[in-house]
Design a protein around this ligand. Structure first.
Ligand SMILES: *[C@@H]1O[C@H](CO)[C@@H](O)[C@H](O)[C@H]1NC(C)=O
Ligand SMILES: *[C@@H]1O[C@H](CO)[C@@H](O)[C@H](O)[C@H]1NC(C)=O
Ligand SMILES: *[C@@H]1O[C@H](CO)[C@@H](O)[C@H](O)[C@H]1NC(C)=O
Length: 431
C-alpha cells in the first residue's frame, strides 16, 4: 500500500489511540463506592427463598397475546436498584392498555369470534396491573447492586419482574455480561418475545409505545454493531491473545454499545454460546492496575457483537444503529440530564428528528392507525387497511434516552403527563 494511502488511516487512528491512553481512569470514588454495594444481605437460605418468593419472578400468562400470537418486545432492565422512572413507565404502558395491533387481529381473519374472544381476554381482564393490561411488551428486571434494595414494593408496576436468578454486579466487570445473559435467558422462555431490548434504570422512552412496538417488530436486523467495516471503532487494542479460542479469533473482535436490541435468533445464539463467554469471563477483565487503560476490556461492550460476528451473522445487524441516545456524552460517559434540561424541545431533539431518516412525527401518525383499543374493534375497524410500517425511522433513530437520574424523575413524568410526547393520537381511543 502506498504511503500516501496509509497516512489518512494513521491520522484517523492517532486521536483514538491517544484518547484511550490519555483518558483518566474511569473509576471514581463514586463508582467504587456504588459498585461494592451488596445486593441485600439475608442470613439464611430460608430468608433468601422467602424473599425471592415475595419479591422475585412472578410471570403471568398473557392469554390475550397468546391467543393472537402477538410478537412481544421484551424490555430488559439492567439496574442498580429501583427503576428511577416508575411513573413515566407507568404512563407509557397505560397508553397501550387494552390496545391490539390490527395486523394481529387480521391474521385471525377479523372473525366475530376472534373479536369477541379478544374482548374477553384483553385489557382490563388481563390482571390488576398496567403491565397485565397491555399486550405488546414483556418487562424483566435484574437488580444487580443496590444500597438497601428490598425488592420492588407490591404496588409497584415492577413487582414480580425480577428474574429468578440474579448476581451481584460490579461496574466494568464481566458480572454485567452475566446479568444480561440471565435477563435474556429468562426472556427467551416466553415464546412470544421476538425482540430483546436492554435498558437501564436511568432510561426514558422517547416515543409512544405503539411506535416503539411497530418499529422494532418491523426491523429484522439487531441493533448491535457486529459489522467489520468500522475496525477502528472496535478498540482493537483491547483484544488480548488469551481471548482466542478454537472458535473466536481476532478477526471476530467487535465493539458495540452496551445497550442493544436483538432479534430472537441472535438472543438464542448468544445465550447458547458457552465457550466464548468462558474466555471472556477469564480474560476480558477490567484491571485497575493498568493506568493507561489500553488493555481494559469491558466484556459487555464486546462479547455479544463478537459472538454474532463469529457466527457469521454480521450482516443481520444494523451497523449504524442506536437504540438509546446518550445525550451529548458518548455511550460510555453519558450526559447526566438536569432538571432545567427536561423540556419538550430537548426530549424531542433526542429523537434526532429530521426529514429523511428519523421522521418522528410521521412515525407517530402512521402508528396511530395500526394499533387500536380492543373495545373499538368491529369488522370494519378490523379490516382497515394497514400500510407497511418501517420506512419512517431508520435503525439509527434512538427510541430511548439516558441518563436521567432520580432527581429529574418527577420533572420527566410531569412533562410526559402534560405533553403528548409519549401519547399516541389514536383516532378512536376509548377507555
Ligand atoms: C407466532 O409468531 C411467530 C413470530 O412471528 C412465528 O414464528 C410463529 O410461527 C407463530 N405461531 C403460530 C402458531 O402462528
Ligand atoms: C448475509 O451473508 C450471507 C453470506 O454472505 C448471505 O448468504 C445472506 O443472504 C446475507 N444475509 C443478509 C440478510 O443480507
Ligand atoms: C365499527 O366501529 C366504527 C368506529 O367506532 C363505526 O364508525 C362503525 O359504524 C362500526 N361498524 C359496524 C359495522 O358496526
Amino acid at each position: 500500500m502506498a504511503l500516501s494511502r496509509l497516512v489518512p488511516w494513521v491520522l484517523l487512528l492517532l486521536p483514538i489511540v491517544l484518547c484511550d491512553l490519555l483518558r483518566p481512569p474511569r473509576v471514581t470514588a463514586k463508582n467504587v463506592h456504588k459498585s461494592h454495594i451488596t445486593h441485600h444481605s439475608l442470613n439464611t437460605e430460608e430468608e433468601e427463598r422467602q424473599h425471592q418468593a415475595e419479591h422475585g419472578w412472578h410471570p403471568t400468562e398473557d392469554t390475550c397475546a397468546k391467543a393472537l400470537n402477538v410478537s412481544k418486545v421484551a424490555l430488559m432492565f439492567l439496574t442498580r436498584g429501583y427503576v428511577q422512572h416508575h411513573d413515566t413507565w407507568e404512563l407509557w404502558f397505560k397508553d397501550v392498555q387494552g390496545s391490539l395491533p390490527l395486523s394481529a387481529m387480521q391474521a385471525e381473519g377479523c372473525t366475530a369470534d376472534a373479536i369477541s374472544a379478544a374482548g374477553h381476554s384483553c385489557g382490563m381482564s388481563g390482571g390488576p396491573k398496567v403491565l397485565h393490561q397491555q399486550h405488546l411488551f414483556s418487562v424483566l428486571t435484574h437488580v444487580g447492586a443496590a444500597e438497601g434494595f428490598k425488592g420492588f414494593p407490591k404496588e409497584s408496576m415492577f413487582h414480580g419482574t425480577v428474574v429468578p436468578t440474579t448476581i451481584k454486579t460490579q461496574w466494568g466487570t464481566h458480572s454485567l455480561t452475566k446479568a444480561i445473559l440471565l435477563l435474556m435467558e429468562t426472556a427467551l422462555e416466553e415464546p412470544l418475545n421476538q425482540r430483546f431490548v436492554l435498558l437501564s434504570e436511568s432510561d426514558i422512552p422517547l416515543y409512544p409505545p405503539a411506535v416503539v412496538w411497530l418499529q422494532l417488530t418491523s426491523e429484522h436486523k439487531s441493533r448491535i454493531h457486529s459489522c467489520g467495516d468500522h475496525f477502528y471503532l472496535s478498540k482493537a487494542g483491547r483484544w488480548v491473545g488469551d481471548l482466542a479460542s478454537s472458535k473466536l479469533q481476532a478477526q471476530h473482535w467487535r465493539m458495540s454499545d452496551t445497550w442493544f436490541m436483538l432479534i430472537r435468533r441472535h438472543a438464542e445464539v448468544i445465550t447458547q454460546d458457552i465457550e466464548i463467554e468462558h474466555e471472556f469471563a477469564s480474560n476480558c477483565a477490567y484491571s485497575g492496575a493498568d493506568p493507561t487503560g489500553w488493555r481494559r476490556c469491558f466484556s459487555d461492550q464486546h462479547l455479544f457483537a463478537s459472538v454474532l460476528s463469529y457466527k457469521g451473522m454480521e450482516n443481520e445487524t444494523a451497523c449504524d444503529s442506536a437504540i438509546t441516545n446518550s445525550g451529548s456524552g458518548d455511550s460510555q460517559r453519558p450526559h447526566d440530564f438536569e432538571v432545567t434540561e427536561v423540556t419538550y424541545q430537548r426530549l424531542v431533539g433526542l429523537r434526532n428528528p429530521d426529514e429523511t431518516i428519523c421522521k418522528d412525527a410521521e412515525a407517530i401518525r402512521v402508528a396511530a392507525g395500526q394499533v387500536a383499543h380492543v373495545s373499538i374493534f368491529n369488522a370494519t375497524v378490523c379490516h382497515s387497511h394497514v400500510p407497511g410500517f418501517g420506512g419512517e425511522l431508520a435503525p439509527s433513530c434512538p427510541l430511548f434516552a439516558r441518563k436521567f437520574g432520580p432527581d429529574v424523575a418527577d420533572a420527566v413524568s410531569q412533562l410526559m403527563g402534560v405533553t403528548a410526547l409519549l401519547r399516541s393520537p389514536f383516532l378512536s381511543q376509548m377507555d
